[in-house]
Design a protein around this ligand. Structure first.
Ligand code: 6PG
Length: 261
């Protein structure tokens, strides 16, 4: 594994994905223990998509399950599709299968986005759930750890290319409707200010098909409208990129990468 660090951004590149997931799992455990020791609770935002599944499997494995402070952990979601929990598109449904049904998390610590209400109503309801979980006078809690993925077009959560997103507003959630990737979409997402107020953010990225976007997001100068992942810049926290060798292949700044490849 190799590391490069810039201000509050760390890029960690792993020879294989098993190493990547082991590191992300032990980082998550450490973040959980630190948060519980300092603030008596751990607020974790889960990501959808394929990439985090092996991390969820590790977190629910025998050894980690017993070391993890599940009773003090609250889980949230960075985004959701406007579908019921049993729909195969549901991020909540996926995390139940890979994580939640295998760990002792009490139902009141699970703060899901109710996609079945439709995008607008679910976004409104989720904003009020976030407010309930936050300190007095604030619209959302400061999350201890946010997990994010990266789409090959530069999207993250449901912040899609071509849209402008509030970077300072007090709006915690957005209903995302219209068409995306030439298909109708209806989703709910947290907004950049919510992500950027987190203590820690992990981007998990693996596979050759992400190589171009990883280089563009981390080293390019294209706007955040084109690559919304560039909006993720925690103001008082840190962001760590967990990238496998295949997805890191086009990064120039990484010393052990062959710039010709
Ligand atoms: C989702 C995610 C989305 C995802 C990226 C990467 O619900 O699909 O929130 O932003 O993280 O599309 O997805 P993969 O991990 O499947 O490549």
């Amino acid at each position: 594994m190799t590391n490069t660090q810039e201000t509050n951004r760390t890029v960690r590149i792993f020879e294989d994905t098993a190493e990547l997931y082991d590191a992300a799992a032990s980082g998550t455990l450490q973040a959980a223990k630190d948060a519980v020791a300092r603030r008596r609770r751990f607020l974790l935002v889960l990501a959808g998509g394929e990439t985090p599944k092996p991390l969820y499997t590790r977190l629910s494995s025998e050894s980690l399950r017993s070391a993890f402070p599940w009773d003090a952990t609250h889980v949230f979601w960075g985004d959701e599709r406007a579908v019921p929990p049993d729909d195969e598109q549901s991020n909540y449904g996926m995390t139940v299968q890979y994580l939640l049904e295998n760990v002792p998390l009490s139902p009141e610590n699970i703060h899901r986005i109710r996609g079945e209400l439709g995008a607008s109503a679910a976004a409104r309801e989720y904003a009020s759930e976030l407010q309930k979980m936050s300190d007095k006078g604030l619209a959302w809690p400061r999350f201890d750890l946010v997990l994010l993925g990266l789409g090959s077009d530069g999207h993250t959560a449901s912040l899609f290319p071509g849209s402008t997103h509030p970077s300072r507003s007090a709006q915690a959630t957005l209903a995302v409707t219209g068409s995306y990737d030439q298909r109708p979409t209806s989703r709910i997402t947290l907004t950049p200010p919510v992500f950027n107020s987190a203590r820690e953010i992990y981007f998990l990225v693996a596979g050759e098909r992400k190589a171009t976007v990883v280089a563009n997001v981390l080293e390019g100068d294209t706007s955040a409208v084109r690559y919304p992942a560039r909006r993720i810049k925690p103001s008082r926290g840190s962001v760590t990129w967990f990238i496998d060798r295949a997805a890191a292949r086009k990064l120039k700044e990484h010393p052990s990468n062959d710039a010709q490849s």
